[in-house]
Design a protein around this ligand. Structure first.
Ligand code: FES
Ligand code: FES
Length: 155
């Protein structure tokens, strides 16, 4: 079957297997390999992308359900001011170590900060409950979020 949707602002028409996941279509057909495959079971958040602005695990989201929707991946979020600010803050704070989890964290956090530009640490922690990082212990990631929030609110 063919599915048409928007990816990072561009229309994509892709022939898919009806059982295919959005993650597989993004990585294997569209070569958007910034989105990572971790558990492939909806548990780790490394595959998080935005669909119509909402973060979701693309490894358990049907590509067919993407028809007519707007998808943002980490590649697109590098040209988004908020996404870029977050990525710079992650690097500066040491929130990127192996980096495997980072695209998923960035996608989730873009959604969070678009909705609420000044979240409390508790709200950030709650929002990130579905994103697992095995390297940082999370404190550098929380520092990066705090730096992004204070930097953007100070502009
Ligand atoms: S790879 Fe999708 S949640 Fe882990
Ligand atoms: S930086 Fe390695 S899993 Fe998060």
């Amino acid at each position: 079957m063919d599915v048409t949707f928007t990816v990072n602002g561009r229309q994509a028409e892709v022939e898919i297997d009806p059982a295919e996941t959005l993650l597989a279509v993004l990585r294997d057909r569209l070569r958007l390999t910034g989105t990572k495959e971790g558990c492939n079971e909806g548990e780790c958040g490394s595959c998080t992308v935005l669909v119509d602005g909402l973060p979701l695990d693309s490894c358990i989201y049907s590509a067919a359900a993407t028809s007519g929707r707007s998808v943002e991946t980490v590649e697109g979020l590098t040209t988004d001011e908020l996404g870029r600010d977050l990525q710079d803050a992650f690097v500066a704070a040491g929130g990127v170590q192996c980096g495997f989890c980072t695209p998923g964290f960035i996608a989730t956090l873009v959604a969070v900060l678009r909705e609420n530009p000044s979240p409390s640490e508790a709200e950030v922690r709650t929002a990130l409950a579905g994103n697992i990082c095995r390297c940082t212990g999370y404190s550098q990631i929380l520092d990066a979020v705090a730096a992004t929030v204070s930097g953007r609110n100070g502009r």
